[in-house]
Design a protein around this ligand. Structure first.
Ligand code: ZN
Length: 285
């Protein structure tokens, strides 16, 4: 199918009590593996490229590659630019064909966050592209965005309705205890805060920092109305672990690079299938 927007792919998630996974890829193997896993489960999927992934692959190449993958399967696929703080780059990505972008103005004050996010929404609309924005600050390290424990701030539910209304965004990333990267201690999610936010806005909500969150917590978030769950680090770990293993297992005489990379694709597909089972998005394509 042609790429779909974030708005389209998240429609009905809250009412249907399932979430769509947003998975970070960095090249061909992980991206194709992720799509293979979702296709097998008949699940919608959001493929996310960070700014550094886009710069590594190339903007045109990223869009061309994922578009080709999406058009080869009959499940909805959304191509999303993750955590962008460079507004010129966001506009370039929108023009190039991304069907969703995240503007991360969470480090700025409330009014500036609203103003900047609104400007991106106005621009993206002309290209039939969705926008995700963040209110509050998710801790940890995501690409070039580093938030230390002290400056991570939970989303204030009272700030949400006006923010959603005035920005016109299609999805809202909230901070309620999840962290980017590996967890240094057991994640402790603030469920009452999530419940409050869900009750105050119909806007689809996004959980960032999905690597290492216990299955029961994921399920509870989805039951409560979480619409999109981001997972990145788990794939990077599986990718590098698998590649390391293949280099150790295969003889030096083996120079068919596909033999090294096929297991990487497969492990990414397996992780996606596991997440789809937890998020409840199987057979929702
Ligand atoms: Zn994130």
């Amino acid at each position: 199918m042609p790429l779909v927007t974030l708005k389209e792919i998240l429609a009905g998630t809250r009412e249907g009590h399932y979430a769509v996974g947003g998975f970070n890829f960095n090249g061909y193997e992980d991206a194709q593996g992720m799509i293979n896993g979702a296709a097998e489960k008949r699940s919608p999927i959001i493929l996310m490229a960070s700014l550094s992934a886009c710069r590594y692959i190339g903007l045109k190449q990223t869009v061309g590659m994922i578009r080709g993958m999406a058009e080869s399967v009959d499940i909805p696929v959304c191509l999303h630019l993750d955590h962008a703080t460079d507004y010129d780059y966001i506009r370039a990505a929108v023009r190039e064909g991304f069907t969703s972008v995240m503007i991360d103005a969470s480090a700025l004050d409330y009014e500036t966050n609203i103003r900047d996010s609104r400007a991106i929404v106005d621009f993206a609309k002309q290209y039939h592209c969705s926008v995700e924005a963040e209110l509050g600050k998710v801790g940890g390290k995501e690409d070039h965005v580093v938030v230390d424990d002290m400056s991570a701030t939970f989303t204030d539910p009272e700030d949400v309705p006006r923010y959603v209304e005035e920005t016109g965004i299609d999805a809202l990333a909230i901070a309620f205890g999840s962290v980017h990267g590996f967890y240094k201690r057991e994640p402790k999610l603030d469920f009452p805060r999530l419940e409050k936010i869900v009750s105050l806005t119909p806007c689809p909500l996004v959980l960032h920092g999905g690597t290492g969150i216990p299955v029961e917590d994921f399920k509870r978030c989805v039951r409560m109305g979480m619409s999109k769950i981001n997972v990145g680090t788990e794939f990077k770990k599986a990718f590098t672990d698998t590649l390391r293993k293949m280099c150790a297992v295969l003889p030096e005489s083996q120079v068919d690079t596909k033999k090294y990379m096929q297991p990487v694709k497969d492990v990414c597909a397996e992780i996606v299938k596991g997440k789809i089972d937890i998020f409840g998005s199987a057979d929702r394509a």
